[in-house]
Ligand binder design. Structure first.
Ligand code: C5P
Length: 223
């Protein structure tokens, strides 16, 4: 029997991470935050001074990446790098390295290895289109730029990090354009994906909608 997958794709700050994690918890499924893998490669490329033009070396980082995930934290060679990964610098670099086809190819097997019983919830940009095209439920989660900038603003302020709404909006728009405009695995609504606009919804409502869709698509999963 194939292990069920729920693929949740969407733009930056659409709330995919929070929602995917909650859906995984509710179903007792594993969780893959694929963006963290791109961010890890970005962090290593910055630390080691590897240029984006050196595609083979960027892909090589993915092959030797000593990454582990525990309790919502990300470790690189045993060191907790979660805070570094969340930085805007890392996010921007991640969306740049993500345009390197050799890197995307090198990360495929690593992402697919997360598909373990009893099931997987995976979030990213190409979960439904490339990594898990046979996912039983595909969701494209989005929200207006203003709503996403506002959410990110609140998160940063809550952490005591100063932030500027205009700059955040501009960064999000730049990242969206880069992710949607690249030639490999561009951010797009995959065929068969359900569109969910979270602008007017609470996290609970978004999670509830995805669980309803999952139960409709896999009626026996709820028993
Ligand atoms: O989701 P997150 O913002 O952490 O992802 C960081 C960057 O990694 C994105 O802007 C995107 O360019 C890239 N990414 C990707 N494919 C994925 C996940 C992330 O290209 N499946």
């Amino acid at each position: 029997m194939t292990v069920p997958v729920i693929a949740i794709d969407g733009p930056s700050a659409s709330g995919k991470g929070t929602v995917a994690c909650r859906v995984a918890e509710a179903l007792g499924f594993h969780y893959l935050e694929s963006g963290a893998l791109y961010r890890l490669v970005a962090l290593v490329s910055l630390r080691e001074g590897i240029a984006l033009t050196e595609a083979a070396r960027v892909a090589e980082i993915a092959r030797r990446l000593d990454a582990s995930f525990r309790d919502g934290q990300v470790f690189l060679a045993g060191q907790n790098v979660s805070e570094h990964l969340r930085s805007e610098e890392c996010g921007k670099r991640a969306s740049e390295v993500a345009a390197v086809p050799e890197l995307r190819e090198a990360l495929l097997a690593r992402q697919r290895a997360f598909r373990q019983p009893p099931g997987l919830v995976a979030d990213g940009r190409d979960m439904a289109s490339v990594v898990f095209p046979d996912a039983g439920l595909k969701v494209f989660l989005t929200a207006s730029v203003a709503a996403r900038a506002q959410r990110r603003y609140k998160q940063l302020i809550a952490k005591g990090i100063s932030a500027n709404l205009r700059t955040l909006s501009r960064d999000l728009e730049d990242r969206d354009a880069r992710d949607a405009g690249r030639s490999v695995a561009p951010l797009a609504i995959a065929p068969g994906a359900r569109l969910l606009d979270s602008t007017p919804l609470t996290v609970d409502e978004v999670v509830g909608q995805i669980l309803d869709w999952y139960r409709e698509s896999a009626p026996r999963a709820k028993d």
